[in-house]
Design a protein around this ligand. Sequence first.
Ligand code: ZN
Ligand code: FE
Ligand code: FE
Ligand code: ZN
Length: 273
Amino acid sequence: MQGLCDYHTHTPLCRHAEGSVEEYVAAALAAGLEEYGIADHAPVHVAVDDDWRMREEQFPQYLEWYRRACELAQGRLQVRLGLECDWLGAHPDNLAKLERISAMADWDYLIGSVHYLGKDFDFDNPAHLSLWAKLDVEQTWQAYWQEYTRMAASGMFDIMGHADLIKKFNYYPGGDLRRFYEPALQAIVDSGACIELNTAGWYKDCKEAYPSRQFLQMAAEAGVGLVISSDAHAPAELGRSFPRAVQLARECGFTSCARFDKRTCRSVCLPID
Ligand code: ZN
Ligand code: FE
Ligand code: FE
Ligand code: ZN
């Protein structure tokens, strides 16, 4: 789909994505993207057996991926440099690590994501799927949204990653979910960050984009900026389901989407299909 940017894409450096930089650039061009934003998992060691990200010593290879993508794109495609950072709580040590990351390169944007509740529970890891049947879903959702709200309040990120990832395996608490969304959205509004409509959720057990339609409607009403992202871990996933995402965004009340350049945001019209 013409006129869109994909700002949440990975590289094989994170150890769970595939494809070459040539393949990603070719796929971005084939998908009609105007911008290809690279945002791999940040090189901050999280847990003892953490195998979900580049090593810090591989960081130069990450910059090289970006440089090579720019070279291959040659004016046909704008390439952006970002990173998907893990929010691990507001402990000063974590904040110091994030500060260090934000100084590591001249980023176009930083995405903040909650994948961990405590250091050892990466709740979205399929290896923990059996655990979910035994969890207190209400409590787990509460813990997730509390961290998500703190992440927004930190003001350290330009884009709030996959806002309701906690629904990935299709475990929902009862009642109106607004009680989780409202505080998070207030913190997002106060921080001035954008949210992403992440199409990967359509391909998970929850079969719903992140975040939900209700969250998107509330965000649009609150005037929050939006980017549409695939969270691609393979070249073929670049720009995946973007026409469907644009339609959903419009139905929820969005008329524009955001672009980033050196951590400055500007708004452009959503494409008309
Ligand atoms: Zn990943
Ligand atoms: Fe993520
Ligand atoms: Fe991601
Ligand atoms: Zn992600």
